[in-house]
Design a protein around this ligand. Structure first.
Ligand SMILES: Nc1ncnc2c1ncn2[C@@H]1O[C@H](COP(=O)(O)OP(=O)(O)OP(=O)(O)O)[C@@H](O)[C@H]1O
Length: 340
């Protein structure tokens, strides 16, 4: 469906996109994630035809898009800077792309009704856009982008303005909607929770390049590098020397999976791989803090040597700050990271 082939954009000397290769298959939802300035918006703008390439190609359905203007690419755009038209009502906004294509009034009305049902705003045709909540406006923007049945739907921070509860609900609705419609989606977000909930595949960007691509589970379980691990919020990363299935670290010996890369490496211990045991049976640590996180407790532990350790435990088994605990490591929660 979509292919980027060595896509490069430079602003002055700096590459905002640096020879990016990316493919999105029919019916696939791909989320591009990355810190501010990593090139996410530039990537979307290049695909939309809003930003010319300095090198490389963008292909849609196998056809090179060089010289093809935005409105001829068959894309649905829901961008932060593409606000709704405040002077038009909901129906006027949703029908925008249909009018541009010369659809009859009857066709427009039927399609608008269908789309408002789809996004959970049945009967909202005549409502004023300014009188809608943020979440409702977001749904109208989505209906507008979907109206002309685009071959590729592109979303830039689709739920960026909304509060967390609404975002979490909408993300689930969006995923099921895209599944039902068979829409192909390329979305950009800096919120990993959103990307992981929405995507079939995530692409993590760093400085205009792809740092890792994989299913949400693959990236979460096996971050490719220290950059990706830290971007995902993991903090237990230390230097290590791996020999067989054991890594020597500042926290002592840590088991690693057989087949792990050998020698000097950076090592990630996911909080789930840190098990609490009686103080005399493991690495002795003091509990520095604990934070309730819904169904578990996040702990910060200070070992005798090495950096602080993040751990997780059940609500009912949680020690208190100041308590002495022991730590054992589980190989299933340990990842030998690749080179940056
Ligand atoms: N029009 C422009 N002129 C000059 N530099 C630009 C322009 N647009 C983007 N850049 C630079 O290109 C780099 C990538 O920007 P881009 O907006 O693609 O990042 P992003 O990952 O979308 O960031 P954010 O999450 O903050 O929106 C940044 O260093 C940015 O400053």
């Amino acid at each position: 469906m979509l292919k980027l082939d060595g896509a490069t954009v430079r602003f002055r000397q700096r590459a905002a996109l640096d020879a990016v290769d990316l493919e999105v298959a029919d019916h696939e939802t791909v989320c591009v994630l990355g810190p501010s300035g990593s090139g996410k918006s530039t990537l979307l703008r290049v695909v939309a035809g809003l930003q010319p390439l300095d090198a490389g190609r963008v292909l849609l359905g196998g056809a090179d898009q060089a010289g093809v203007p935005v409105h001829k690419r068959g894309l649905g755009l829901m961008f932060q800077d593409h606000q709704l038209f405040p002077q038009r009502d909901v129906a006027g906004n949703v029908a925008f792309g249909l009018r541009m294509r010369g659809a009859s009034r009857a066709e427009q009305a039927a399609r608008v009704g269908e789309l408002l049902d789809l996004v959970g705003l049945p009967g909202a045709q005549r409502r004023a856009v300014a009188a809608l909540s943020g979440g409702e406006q977001q749904r109208v923007a989505l209906a507008r982008a979907l109206a002309p049945s685009p071959r590729l739907l592109m979303l830039d921070e689709p739920l960026g303005q909304l509060d967390r509860t609404l975002r979490e609900r909408l993300v689930v609705e969006l995923r099921s909607l895209f599944g039902r419609l068979g829409t192909t989606v390329l979305a950009v977000t800096h919120d990993q929770g959103e990307a992981f909930a929405l995507a079939d595949r995530v692409v993590v960007m760093r400085d205009g390049r792809i740092a890792q691509t994989g299913t949400p589970l693959e990236v979460w379980q096996r971050p490719a590098s220290e950059f990706v691990a830290r971007f995902l919020g993991f903090e237990n990363v230390v230097p290590a020397t791996v020999t067989g299935t054991v890594a020597a670290t500042p926290w002592g010996k840590v088991p690693v999976a057989s087949g792990s890369p050998q020698g000097e490496a950076r090592l990630l211990v996911r909080p789930g791989g840190v098990r609490l045991v009686p103080a005399r049976d493991g690495l002795p640590c003091e509990v520095v803090s604990r934070t309730f996180r819904g169904n578990h407790v996040a702990l910060r532990l200070r070992p005798g040597a090495g950096p602080l350790l993040e751990a997780e435990c059940e609500l009912s088994a949680s020690p208190e700050p100041g308590d002495a605990v022991g730590v054992a490591f589980a190989a299933g929660g340990v990842v030998v990271l690749g080179e940056e």
